[in-house]
Design a protein around this ligand. Structure first.
Ligand code: SF4
Length: 375
């Protein structure tokens, strides 16, 4: 059964009703359970749980220490292209926006990877828009083969591919895929993705399944928070991550909670997400998915990132540039979004150390096994 079928059977409206109906007793029962069910997770993201944030934070902290120890793994994105045929209304790279476009040559991408390697990064996330003519699968193969000796771990945040195409990128050195559904609500999805390949909701939704089938060993799921009411999105992010964990049991599943920033033409979140809501989602995810990675990017401001370190986060980006070639030649005009935490990687590492954690630049080696789907 695909995740689309799972989601249809679960019925997002029914899930939302269960979140709203959760009581303080449901929250307390979830907080005292050794192993949480999906119903417990729904209780923890409910309005009733918003007055239990301190207890949730304490449990999330101790569970993360048990499962991951005092470490935060650091990574950096490499934007290789900002060309895009899609028209996502919230994104400055949308085809309708007038921004300087560029695609890095393979050697330019290698230069970016080398700059990051000198900063200490061993985990790199290759990012691009969806422009198969400018950045076909062959392009990613070449980039990955060229830079894989400069990094211990390579992930992709690119457009969804066929299983065979993902398999080619596994062969070329890719270890993981980040693919956010943006919003799990089909109507909102249609409204914010009016044209281009990305308008196909189910093609995108099934992308991580194809990546898992192809042998990617880390799968990162999430929604772009602010497009829809956050509890509806969080309920399905939790369901999706849990389903992927069971199906691709050898892969590490991670969750992200990126919040939409004000973008092109003043487009901003129609459903703003507060810091407290972010903490509630993140800590609920930790309690429900104790072995999942939780990723925190430089979209969030430094003060909040520092406060979130002990609450379940396992991976953080640092020193990020969101324009192609930005580590070698910074150019704000071609950037995807404003980075909020502008500190250098070493400054972020120092904050992590001061919080009592160890910043880890490498926690992965490709000799580890590839995932196999459950029957
Ligand atoms: S969000 Fe991605 S697919 Fe959409 S316009 Fe931006 S770069 Fe293109």
């Amino acid at each position: 059964m695909s995740f689309l079928e799972v989601l249809t059977q679960a019925d997002p409206r029914a899930l939302r009703a269960r979140v709203e109906a959760a009581t303080a007793a449901d929250v307390e029962r979830a907080l005292s359970s050794a192993e949480l069910t999906y119903s417990d997770f729904l209780a923890l993201i409910s309005p009733a749980a918003s007055s239990y944030l301190e207890a949730m934070a304490q449990r999330a902290r101790s569970l993360t220490l048990q499962r991951f120890g005092r470490v935060i793994q650091l990574y950096a994105p490499i934007y290789v292209s900002n060309e895009c045929t899609n028209r996502c209304v919230y994104c400055s790279f949308a085809a309708t926006n007038d921004v300087p476009r560029s695609t890095l040559g393979v050697e330019q991408a290698a230069t970016e990877a080398e700059v990051l390697r000198r900063m200490g990064f061993q985990h790199l996330l290759v990012v691009s828009g969806e422009a198969p003519r400018a950045v076909p699968v062959e392009y990613f193969e070449q980039v990955l083969r060229r830079i894989r000796t400069r990094a211990a771990y390579l992930a992709l945040e690119i457009y969804p591919l066929e299983t065979a195409e993902y398999a080619r990128l596994v062969d070329a050195g890719a270890d993981g895929v980040t693919l956010y559904q943006e919003t799990y609500d089909p109507e909102i999805y249609r409204a914010v993705h009016p044209a281009g390949r990305k308008a196909d909701y189910s093609w995108r939704l099934s992308g991580l399944e194809r990546a898992g089938e192809a042998g990617m060993t880390r799968l990162n799921v999430g929604a772009l928070l602010g497009l829809n009411e956050w509890r509806s999105e969080a309920a399905i992010v939790g369901l999706h991550a849990s389903w992927l964990t069971k199906r691709y049991w050898r892969a590490q599943i991670s969750v992200s909670f990126p919040r939409l920033r004000r973008g092109p033409k003043g487009y901003g979140p129609s459903h703003p997400v507060s810091d407290a809501a972010l903490v509630q989602m993140m800590t609920a995810a930790r309690l429900f998915l104790p072995d999942a990675g939780i990723v925190l990017s430089t979209r969030e401001p430094s003060q909040l990132r520092d406060a979130l370190i002990p609450l379940g986060v396992t991976q953080m980006s640092a020193g990020s540039r969101t324009e192609p070639g930005g580590y070698s030649v910074p150019c704000e005009e071609g950037a995807q979004f404003d980075v909020q935490d502008r500190r250098s990687p070493e400054q972020v590492a120092e904050v992590i150390r001061k919080a009592g954690y160890e910043p880890v630049w490498k926690d992965w080696d490709r000799v580890m096994a590839r995932p196999v789907a459950a029957a």
